[in-house]
Write a protein that binds this ligand. Structure first.
Ligand SMILES: [Zn+2]
Ligand SMILES: [Zn+2]
Length: 401
């Protein structure tokens, strides 16, 4: 049965732009950190056994409690507490929220959605169909924007292949369109020029029940007449969406494609999801993009005020954004209008809004492990100074709120 008190949040994908697998150099750097930590503790142990004559009087068998085998070596290692070396990267954006009242909510369907859906199917499979708790075989997906790294995992997800499953997608029109024009899951139509081009799959091969709800600003774009083939329903941007006892307030952020963030609340706890948002650093304060970016930043601050946890795009360092330094290369290029924020601006905003815990995600795929680890260590030091927590988001992080 459900052991969740309020909300359980899982990060399946926090990688920006494209999935990455650690390179050979990344693995070497990672092992250098973990091996040196282990060796430090082993030599501290040996040092404690040195006699008055300055020599070590212990045999390997005594040290290991038996002959040198993999089993005794691992048992010896387990005597030490070695802090896990941090890992970054992996799949593109996908976060899952499990609620105490039995609902599964997913934020974005990047490549992490494949793994996420596997876990959801496993959970639903364990539940007896005759029992049908609230939320059983119903998945609520909230999309941020149409870019490929936020939709690419959809057709690989096990939840899409069981006719008993109901999948509700709430998102802006561009997100619904990105899924539908390739797969036809809402309209049951795919342009013959697109069919099979990007993926062999389409709605005929995906038997789950798909439902769409377009989130749009009714003040600018009021729905006219009945819902169309793409959007089964409409939802006003200004209004919260209610899933059981959990509310999700969408709001617009700033990105080259229209993009939504969400403030998620349940039981007095607040989680804010804001991927792909640029706090623009232009020099002309009157430039329409600069004005739009700062308005979006203000909205984000408003919704993040006093939040327990914020997940936010921080793809660049300021020197990289300005083009003074490259990422993974010596060649710097200006990142203005690429749609992503600087880590320094995320920290400033989190302090201003007194967000208790900030996970910085949407990592640049060209940033290597050592650089990520260096940034993360810097964030840990900043956390100690500010009394708030900042860290780089890691896939497979799970926490309760
Ligand atoms: Zn993205
Ligand atoms: Zn994007």
């Amino acid at each position: 049965m459900n052991d969740i008190e309020n909300l359980r949040i899982h990060f399946y994908g926090v990688q920006g732009s494209g999935s990455i697998c650690p390179s050979f150099q990344d693995r070497v750097a990672y092992h250098q950190v973990s091996d040196s930590e282990l060796l430090k503790q082993v030599f501290t142990d040996l040092q404690s056994r040195v006699g008055a004559d300055g020599r070590l009087h212990v045999s390997i068998e005594e040290l290991l409690g038996g002959p040198l085998t993999q089993k005794t070596l691992l048992a010896y290692r387990d005597r030490f507490s070695i802090p896990p070396t941090r890992t970054y990267g992996g799949w593109t954006t996908c976060i899952r929220i499990e609620t105490a009242d039995g609902f599964d909510i997913v934020l974005d369907c990047g490549s992490g959605f494949r793994v996420c859906a596997k876990d959801i199917v496993e959970k639903w499979g364990e539940q007896d169909d005759s029992f049908t708790p609230e939320g059983h075989r119903q998945l609520f997906i909230f999309g941020s924007h149409s870019h490929y790294d936020h939709t690419e995992g959809f057709d690989q997800a096990a939840v899409c292949f069981d006719p008993r499953n109901h999948i509700y997608v709430y998102a802006n029109r561009q997100y619904l369109q990105a899924l539908d024009q390739i797969l036809g899951i809402f309209s049951h139509q795919v342009d013959f020029r697109l069919k099979g081009v990007q993926t062999p799959l389409s709605y005929e091969l995906m038997p789950a029940q798909f439902h769409s709800c377009e989130i749009r600003d009714f003040r600018i774009d009021p729905p006219v007449g009945e819902a169309d083939r793409l959007a089964g329903q409409y939802h006003d941007l200004e209004q919260r969406v209610q899933i059981g006892d959990t509310t999700l307030q969408p709001f617009e952020v700033f990105h080259p494609s229209p993009c939504l963030g969400y403030r998620i609340e349940r039981g007095g706890k607040v989680f804010v999801f804001c991927t792909d948002h640029e706090r623009r650093r232009g020099t002309d304060s009157q430039h329409p993009l600069q004005v739009a970016s700062l308005e979006a930043e203000e909205r984000l601050c408003h919704h993040s005020l006093g939040a327990d946890v914020l997940y936010r795009d921080g793809q660049f360092l300021r020197v990289e954004y300005d083009g003074d330094l490259g990422i993974g290369s010596d060649h710097g290029v200006s990142r203005q209008d690429w749609g992503h924020s600087c880590i320094e601006d995320v920290l400033e905003m989190a302090v201003q809004c007194q967000v208790k815990h900030t996970y910085i995600g949407h990592h640049d795929p060209n940033r290597n492990w050592s650089e990520r680890n260096w940034i993360d260590e810097t964030l840990i030091r900043k956390s100690e100074q500010s009394g708030l927590i900042f860290e780089l988001a890691q896939a497979e992080t799970v926490f309760d709120l």
